[in-house]
Design a protein around this ligand. Structure first.
Ligand SMILES: *[C@@H]1O[C@H](CO)[C@@H](O)[C@H](O)[C@H]1NC(C)=O
Ligand SMILES: *[C@@H]1O[C@H](CO)[C@@H](O)[C@H](O)[C@H]1NC(C)=O
Ligand SMILES: *[C@@H]1O[C@H](CO)[C@@H](O)[C@H](O)[C@H]1NC(C)=O
Ligand SMILES: *[C@@H]1O[C@H](CO)[C@@H](O)[C@H](O)[C@H]1NC(C)=O
Ligand SMILES: *[C@@H]1O[C@H](CO)[C@@H](O)[C@H](O)[C@H]1NC(C)=O
Ligand SMILES: *[C@@H]1O[C@H](CO)[C@@H](O)[C@H](O)[C@H]1NC(C)=O
Length: 608
């Protein structure tokens, strides 16, 4: 018996290639199982890095987010305003979409922590004298005085967006008074920072280039629009938001060079940079049109940019060699990158997928999609017969293109799956030559990037922020407007919101099966429940993943989401490459799906 221990690339070189449909089916089944298994790991990975109780954030104050527990080459044991805000935007959306227990208490801790962090005198200044642009702090809420790339003017805008997401929820719950007294004072300071400094240079999100940056301009625009809307909802106003936003939007247009978005005005590079796709998924608005002004995921400029950017990594990382155009690759920050060896990043690779899921959502909601001369090359790479035109959702071409874009998105997530270790840890980078994890381990932003991509794939979308209202002035002007600014004094009382544990209605069960298989044989789970395919041995059965399989631990795992409390019967089957089905012997296995707060359970079996 030849045990399948070779890496996939090697196997396909030395063994006869299985039929194409088997390959595709295996890829799809495996990705779905991996995504379901990785999801609770990623959420836990984020929570582990938040003080005061996160197991990987010892000593961090309440609500402070550790960028990574790594303290040596690189030392990321600090709290960045950017990473923290993106993390809490993700957790707030997670809370709103799934009501995940315990998260609201953490969100309130974050709000309280940021009220304090805003007041810390630091090398960029004080609260009302530029200090909000300081990029990172110690975990005990003190300033870091070492040399650094400062200021970074995206932080206040991102924090405003994270806080506004929670404020919207509170208003919907009739708790506007907490928004007025606790959240608005913090947000107002951040908005004032943006209106005063948006037209000054900044270090980019990678902390390397001091110029103007597409990412920063885009996130600033979003904050001003939704900040002004929030103000109106609680009887406040932001007249400086109103006066500055059109100029910011106008400036945003200038990064497009006719072929792609030049990420920074300085730096002397090609300007191809994941900065741009990260910006697009951050300003994604489920209610927006595919209008180019805000560079929505479905806009033709952003799709063209997605192609130019991702193509730039095809030839420079050897793990991408042999992957055809139109299939996802490992994506890094920018092609000229040398930091920590200049490798692909998990969060950039998953952002490339998320952008495509977002675009699909927008086209489906609008009910049509346009292929334009600008986006034609993007579409032709994944759907060769694509032609310029408008395709209504009632046409078969629309369906085919949507399928092709989803598959293309999944191919980026499959790259992330392939290079994620079997315990689900996500570091910052993975090697461009071997794919093994590199640089800071358990990076908070990597886990958050998984969650936002996962939710976008499931069409669990964040709230609209008003992108549809964007209107461009006829000409651009540089400008600035300052004030108001004052210390935010009110905070949420800790302990008023006891994290409650409410059992989830369904449970994602990971079925582990130890079974030694030969190459070409796949394992499926089938049983007496609709989710398990009603004892089907065909496409309704649950495909299992061999991504953690080794010769010493021949583990296949299968994931199914089942109603909590249900009694099920099931068995594993082997399906050979010629389609022959082999059932496990013995009587049916029996299991009662548990009911718990996390909504996750695990069963360990071996072939009988
Ligand atoms: C805060 O943490 C830093 C880094 O660990 C440490 O050097 C500093 O003394 C601490 N400050 C206070 C006030 O605890
Ligand atoms: C397609 O293009 C037309 C004409 O420019 C425009 O009105 C429409 O909004 C576009 N639709 C989408 C989904 O981009
Ligand atoms: C996960 O696996 C990686 C790679 O094998 C290892 O370096 C890391 O320590 C593991 N993490 C945990 C939390 O066990
Ligand atoms: C300020 O805005 C003007 C008008 O859009 C633009 O030309 C200029 O480059 C901007 N400068 C910076 C540093 O943002
Ligand atoms: C399983 O059987 C139930 C009840 O007959 C049916 O509603 C459901 O569609 C079936 N599911 C599959 C995947 O065959
Ligand atoms: C399944 O096996 C794993 C690895 O040996 C172990 O950590 C886990 O606790 C087991 N789970 C159950 C439910 O027995």
């Amino acid at each position: 018996m030849q045990v399948s221990t070779c890496l996939f690339a090697l196997c396909s070189a030395v063994l006869a290639a299985p039929r194409q449909e088997n390959l595709l089916r295996r890829a799809t089944g495996s990705l779905t199982s991996w995504l379901a298994a990785e999801s609770p790991i990623a959420l836990q990975g984020v929570l582990n890095n938040i003080g005061p109780n996160g197991v990987d954030a010892p000593g961090a104050d309440s609500g402070m987010v550790v960028a990574s527990p790594d303290q040596v080459n690189p030392d990321y044991f600090y709290s960045w305003t950017r990473d923290s805000a993106l993390t809490f935007k993700c957790l707030t959306d997670q809370f709103l979409a799934y009501g995940t227990s315990g998260l609201e208490a953490q969100i309130r801790d974050y709000v309280n922590a940021q009220a304090a962090v805003q007041t810390i005198e630091n090398p960029s200044g004080g609260l009302c004298t530029g200090g909000l642009g300081e990029p990172k702090f110690y975990l005990n809420q003190t300033a870091f005085f070492g040399p650094w790339g400062r200021p970074q003017r995206d932080g206040p805008a991102l924090r405003a967006t994270a806080l506004i997401a929670y404020a919207r929820y509170l208003i919907s719950q009739g708790e506007s008074s907490s928004v007025s007294s606790i959240i608005w004072p913090i947000v107002q300071n951040d908005l004032s920072y943006v209106t005063q400094y948006w037209n000054d240079t900044t270090f980019d999100l990678w902390e390397e280039i001091d110029s103007s940056s597409f990412w920063t301009t885009a996130v600033q625009y979003r904050a001003l629009i939704e900040g002004n809307t929030l103000a109106g909802q609680i009887g406040e106003s932001c007249s400086n938001c109103v006066s500055q936003a059109p100029n910011v939007l106008c400036f945003l247009q200038s990064y497009w060079n006719g072929e792609y978005i030049v990420a920074n005005t300085g730096g002397g590079r090609s300007g191809k940079d994941s900065n741009t796709i990260l910006a697009s998924i951050h300003v994604f608005d489920p209610d927006a049109s595919c209008d180019d002004n805000t560079f929505q995921p479905c806009s033709d400029k952003m799709l063209a940019n997605h192609k130019v950017l991702t193509d730039s990594f095809r030839s420079i990382y050897s793990i991408n060699s042999g992957i055809s155009e139109g299939s996802g690759v490992a994506v890094g920050r920018y092609p000229e990158d040398t930091y920590q060896g200049g490798n692909p990043w998990y969060l950039c690779t998953m952002a490339a997928a998320e952008l495509l899921y977002d675009a699909v959502y927008q086209w489906k909601r609008i009910g049509s999609l346009n292929v334009t001369s600008t986006s034609l090359a993007f579409f032709q790479a994944i759907y060769p017969s694509a032609a310029v035109g408008t395709y209504s959702s009632s046409s078969s071409t629309f369906d085919s293109i949507i399928d092709a874009v989803m598959t293309y998105g999944d191919s980026y997530m499959s790259i992330a799956e392939k290079y994620t270790p079997s315990n689900g840890s996500l570091s910052e980078q993975f090697s461009k030559t071997t794919g093994s994890p590199l640089s800071a381990y358990d990076l908070t932003w990597s886990f958050a990037a998984f969650l936002t991509a996962y939710n976008a794939r499931a069409a669990a979308m964040p709230a609209s922020w008003g992108a549809a209202s964007a209107s461009l002035p006829s000409s651009c002007s540089g400008s600035s407007a300052s004030g108001p600014c004052s210390t935010a004094t009110a905070t949420f009382t800790s302990g008023t919101l006891t994290p409650t544990c409410s059992a989830q209605p369904s449970t994602t069960v990971i079925f582990n099966e130890l079974v030694t298989t030969t190459y070409g044989t796949n394992i499926y789970l089938t049983g007496d429940n609709s989710e398990l395919g009603n004892w089907s041995t065909g496409s309704e059965a649950v495909p299992c993943s061999a991504s953690a399989y080794t010769s010493t631990n021949p583990l296949w795992y299968c994931v199914a989401t089942l109603p909590a409390g249900t009694d099920i019967q099931y068995k594993f089957i082997q399906v050979a490459s010629d389609g022959t089905v082999t059932w496990e012997s013995g009587s049916n296995r029996e299991y009662t799906v548990p009911s718990n707060c996390a909504g996750v359970a695990e069963v360990n079996d071996s072939w009988q």
